[in-house]
Design a protein around this ligand. Structure first.
Ligand code: HEM
Length: 146
């Protein structure tokens, strides 16, 4: 197994973990109660998993672009465009997560609404992340690193 394949697999597993992790703060904050230490930890860890998934994606991207992307398009134009879609959707996952994290951590103690909005954003990020995982897993089956 090449280093890039290994890194790609680590990236994929982190993506699945991120999709599940995003549900945790969404559930914990759904009622908008002030944050316990455990909820704060959950918010930080979730943000870290999402950002790390995104960062490992950026690390494998140049090698993928050089040695796989053109073949993927030759194999299937739909798959090629799905890859492009996945990259853009991944940005939405990070944007939603960062927004939810800031809203959750900066909300005043007695304000429930911002935490409920944060919970909603985390839930939305989880759904979009799951969609991203689905596309990524499909594309690996179509064409992968040699
Ligand atoms: C939260 C965001 C992301 C999630 C959840 C995610 C998820 C995944 C998953 C599940 C795979 C399949 C890995 C495997 O089965 O071995 C994958 C592959 C890949 N990811 Fe990501 N990814 C994300 C962001 C990114 C970003 C930002 C980039 C680069 C700009 C990237 C680049 C790649 C590449 C090049 C592959 C291999 C081709 C493919 O299957 O799409 N990913 N990703």
């Amino acid at each position: 197994m090449s280093v890039m394949r290994l890194l790609e697999s680590v990236h994929g597993h982190m993506g699945v973990l991120a999709a599940v992790a995003l549900l945790h703060p969404a559930i914990l904050m759904r009622k908008g109660k002030s944050l316990s230490k455990r909820t704060v930890l959950s918010v930080w860890l979730t943000a870290m998993v999402v950002v790390s998934t995104f960062a490992t994606g950026l690390v494998i991207y140049p090698a993928y672009r050089q040695s796989v992307r053109a073949d993927l398009f030759r194999e299937s134009v739909t798959a090629g465009f799905l890859f492009e879609t996945k990259e853009h959707v991944a940005y939405a996952v990070v944007a939603l997560t960062v927004g939810a994290t800031v809203a959750a951590l900066s909300a005043p103690k007695d304000a429930r609404r911002p935490r409920q909005v944060a919970a909603l954003l985390f839930a939305l990020a989880a759904a979009v992340c799951l969609f991203t995982v689905g596309i990524g897993s499909y594309l690996v089956a179509v064409r992968d690193f040699p």
